[in-house]
Design a protein around this ligand. Structure first.
Ligand SMILES: Cc1cc2nc3c(=O)[nH]c(=O)nc-3n(C[C@H](O)[C@H](O)[C@H](O)COP(=O)(O)OP(=O)(O)OC[C@H]3O[C@@H](n4cnc5c(N)ncnc54)[C@H](O)[C@@H]3O)c2cc1C
Length: 485
């Protein structure tokens, strides 16, 4: 009889791990508290409008291909991908920068903004490309068990890049503040300030400019649908509406889970729910990390999100739009240094129906607005309304149109919803940041040091936040679990 594994949660990392473990012959059951799978990547469908509730940027297409290829499949067996052209647009106070779908187009845009910058950009991206290759081939697919995993000829040669920060590196080469903000944007996906992110992470710039921005037709949820289908094809059982209330431990060893008052035995337990929450499912002496440990960590931001159905097509927008028309550094300080509601928020607006008509009814637009904020902030209906007005006003000014009377409905999501829906620590949106002191073996581990046969995956452990890292995290933990049996 093959061994059984109970998996807590059904986000990208859990689904990934479930597929690998089922392929290795384990009997795998996923227990998800919500009524649909996908975790932070769930979907909202309302009045014919389709919204991805969480992730919307499909970057690093190679990682998704690699995941499906491990099962003899291709992404195209499950969803259709389109490369976005342009990739995105950035609104500044006095200009708009458009990022095209090729280095040539991006170089001409850089040249328009600052003469001579395209030459510097080509050299910056060529180094970023090498870092990407090293990151993918020599770093991120390592389980974070020891510092020696990171010691290779290539990383030793680049050790200086781990101790310099990306902000300094960009500023050393580029002088125009708009180009600096454009080049600092990709590392925001890692959850920390550019000035607190190692220069080596310029590989995110290669992911951005070199590999491009893609869109799965029908939305990001198509990836979840594909992974759920693959998991079921491999024999994984999925139980939604099953909140796990406790992890069973006998003789220092995980022996199952408790859900809806029922105790379910399993040979191993894996949690893809937030790490901090998972440990609260154990008696205190079995937890590895104290509250004070978590409170000292740099968490990725939370977000105030709005999902809006517009009854007309909007002008002067692209699929992805960044509004960097206020002080980038002030907003970053209000997230990380003095956590408070932003004085003049930067925001992001996503309109998938610009390129994918299936996402909205005819002559309508699906709009998703995101303001990054510090985790743990007070979240009230009044604050949500206040910030909605601020960003709508700016959106209308920058794009030169009136939209307020074209809103059919709006839904919002913020700190309290992250806590209530995902058991997220302080309502973080995308996990624990990837700073130097929170990288690889320095992150909370994939395996519990206190409870045998208890494992963790997802954005709070290795390799870190984002959809591609979550896919990798599932693979890493599955390898570790089968190796230690
Ligand atoms: C607003 C937003 C925008 C983002 N944008 C991007 C983007 O554009 N591109 C990108 O690559 N990444 C993006 N991310 C990050 C990305 O979505 C996450 O890194 C990834 O989805 C995390 O997956 P996970 O498996 O680690 O966790 P989760 O998706 O959080 O999955 C954990 C699951 O565990 C469940 N759970 C929790 N507690 C229990 C319990 N007790 N019992 C049972 N189930 C439980 C939760 O309901 C959830 O389903 C974004 C995230 C957010 C929130």
């Amino acid at each position: 009889m093959s061994k059984s594994i109970a998996i807590i949660g059904s986000g990208f990392s859990s689904l990934s791990a479930a597929c690998y473990l089922a392929k290795q012959g384990y009997q795998v059951t996923i227990y998800e508290k919500n009524d649909t799978v996908g975790g932070r990547a769930r979907q909202l469908i309302k009045n014919g409008f389709t919204f991805d509730i969480g992730p919307s940027w499909y970057w690093m297409p190679d990682i998704f291909e690699r995941f499906f290829a491990d099962f003899g499949k291709k992404t195209s067996d499950y969803y259709e991908l389109e490369k976005l052209s342009p990739a995105y647009k950035i609104f500044f106070e006095d200009d708009v920068i458009t990022i095209g779908d090729s280095m040539d187009k991006i170089c001409s845009e850089f040249e328009r903004v600052e003469k001579g910058s395209s030459k510097l950009l080509r050299s910056f991206i060529s180094k970023a490309r090498r870092n990407y290759e090293i990151a993918i081939n020599e770093i991120v697919y390592r389980p974070g068990l020891s510092p020696f995993e990171l010691v290779t000829k290539d990383t030793v040669l680049r050790v200086g890049q781990f101790f310099k920060n990306i902000s300094g590196e960009v500023r050393r080469q580029f002088k125009n503040p708009k180009l600096i903000a454009t080049l600092e944007f990709p590392v925001l996906f890692l959850g920390a300030k550019p000035s607190n992110t190692p220069a080596f992470y310029s590989f995110m710039n290669y992911a951005d400019f070199g590999l491009g921005t893609w869109h799965p037709r029908g939305g990001m949820y198509k990836i979840i649908d594909g992974m759920r289908q693959l998991a079921e094809e491999l024999g994984v059982k999925i139980e939604t509406n099953h909140p796990v209330e406790g992890i069973l431990v006998s003789d220092g060893q995980a022996s199952g889970i408790e859900t809806k008052g029922e105790k379910i035995q399993a040979d191993m337990v894996l949690s893809g729910a937030d790490y901090h929450h998972t440990e609260t499912l154990l008696e205190k002496p079995m937890r590895q990390y104290s509250e004070s440990f978590w409170s000292k960590k740099t968490f990725a931001p939370s977000s105030l999100l709005f999902y809006i159905g517009f009854d007309k097509k909007l002008k002067n927008i692209e699929h992805h739009n960044l509004f960097f028309d206020t002080d980038f550094e002030l907003h970053a300080r209000e997230i990380y240094d003095t956590p408070s509601w932003p004085s003049r928020p930067l925001f992001y607006a996503n309109f998938p129906s610009v390129t994918d008509l299936s996402m909205a009814p005819e002559e309508s637009e699906t709009g998703f607005f995101l303001i990054p904020i510090a985790p743990g902030l007070e979240d009230t209906p009044e604050l949500r309304s206040q910030y909605f007005e601020i960003i709508m006003k700016r959106f209308q000014e920058r794009t030169g149109q009136s939209v307020e009377n074209n809103i059919i409905f709006k839904e919002s999501f913020c700190v309290n919803d992250f806590v209530e829906q995902y058991n997220s620590y302080k309502g973080n949106a995308y996990g624990m940041a990837n700073t130097l002191s929170q990288t690889a073996f320095l992150r909370p581990g994939l395996r519990s040091k206190k409870v045998k046969n208890l494992y963790f995956t997802g954005q709070l452990t290795v390799p870190g936040p984002g959809v591609p890292p979550s896919l990798i995290s599932g693979k890493l933990v599955s390898e570790l679990m089968s190796k230690t049996q």
